[in-house]
Design a protein around this ligand. Structure first.
Ligand SMILES: [Zn+2]
Length: 309
């Protein structure tokens, strides 16, 4: 495992010179001014029914106090990197062109065809962060796109506990306006022991404790009252795998908590709403007051928020 944030920060400092940064920046006007921070939690491979069946007091508390659906859908490929790219760019894989799901060879690294919301926020002058437990997420952190980056060394992974600890450090030190935190272990145990296996349910319980650590860090930083946290997943799974149109792979949880979020609101009460993973990026874009690019496939999940809150 290697901490790469200093290297990325150096590049960011070079690329985002004051002149170019000012030129790109039109001061964002947030629709809900009390929401100053957005945190996106990606639990790799978290199938909604498993999230509910496992011992998950943090996720259950989020649903009780926030807006949720356990019928959200990921992309039709339902594998990690293309789906996470859709989540964070707000577009389908056909538009972002990230069709690989592995570390690319040295010197061959490629990036999405459209910017992630992290990059859009960085360009608008926000402090941003990406903490991921799998090294292939380097595809979502081209130079200058994210202010603070923590990734394992190429080919590696780190545990959900390590991810939570690194995220807590960044929260404490920098209080980023937009942060994406990826927890890898539920997927790892799913491949080893099976989706819905006792071992995976036990891992989901451990991941829930790691998520609790993120909330504790937000509390310590005095950010709880000004932060919307969205918990979701890149895909589910069945047997020891995932992918394609299988509904057990395509359904993901989507739970939002924070100021102005409707408490205990099941989004399926509005029959017209079917949350898609692309909506997560669009929602973050909207909450940060960034212009919604016209090419987006996703749209903000406005129904999760009390009108005019
Ligand atoms: Zn997997």
């Amino acid at each position: 495992m290697r901490h790469v944030s200093s290297a990325v920060l150096m590049v960011a400092a070079v690329l985002l010179s004051p002149a170019s940064r000012t030129a790109a920046m039109a001061t964002p006007v947030r629709p809900r001014p009390q929401i100053e921070h957005v945190v996106i939690l990606i639990v790799d491979g978290l199938r909604p029914d498993c999230a509910l069946l496992a011992d998950t007091p943090t996720i259950h508390a989020m649903a009780r106090t926030g807006a949720y659906t356990f019928w959200a859908r990921t992309t039709s490929v339902a594998i990690t990197l293309p789906s996470c790219t859709s989540m964070l760019t707000g577009v389908s894989p056909a538009k972002h062109h990230v069709d690989w799901n592995r570390d690319l060879p040295a010197g061959k690294q490629a990036y999405p065809a459209v910017p992630t919301v992290l990059e859009m926020a960085t360009r608008a002058g926000y402090d941003t962060a990406l903490v991921a437990g799998k090294s292939k997420f380097v595809a979502l952190a081209p130079s200058g796109a994210v202010t603070h980056v923590f990734l394992p060394a190429a080919g590696g992974k780190c545990s959900d506990e390590e991810v939570a600890a690194e995220a807590a450090k960044i929260i404490t030190a920098f209080r980023p306006a937009l942060m994406c935190i990826h927890f890898p272990d539920v997927d790892v145990v799913g491949h080893a022991k099976g989706w819905g296996s006792p071992e995976q349910l036990a891992q989901i319980a451990r991941t829930d404790r790691a998520i609790e650590q993120v909330f504790a860090a937000l509390e310590r930083a005095g950010m709880r009252g000004s932060t919307v946290v969205v918990l979701s997943a890149d895909h589910g799974g069945a047997g020891r795998t995932h992918g394609g149109e299988d509904p057990r792979s395509r359904h993901i949880p989507w739970v939002a908590v924070g100021p102005g979020v409707r408490p205990g609101y099941d989004l399926t009460q509005n029959v017209r709403i079917e949350v898609r993973t692309e909506d997560t990026g669009a929602t973050a874009c909207w909450l940060l007051g960034l212009p919604l690019p016209p090419y987006l496939d996703g749209q903000p999940v406005r129904d999760a928020f009390a009108p005019g809150s």
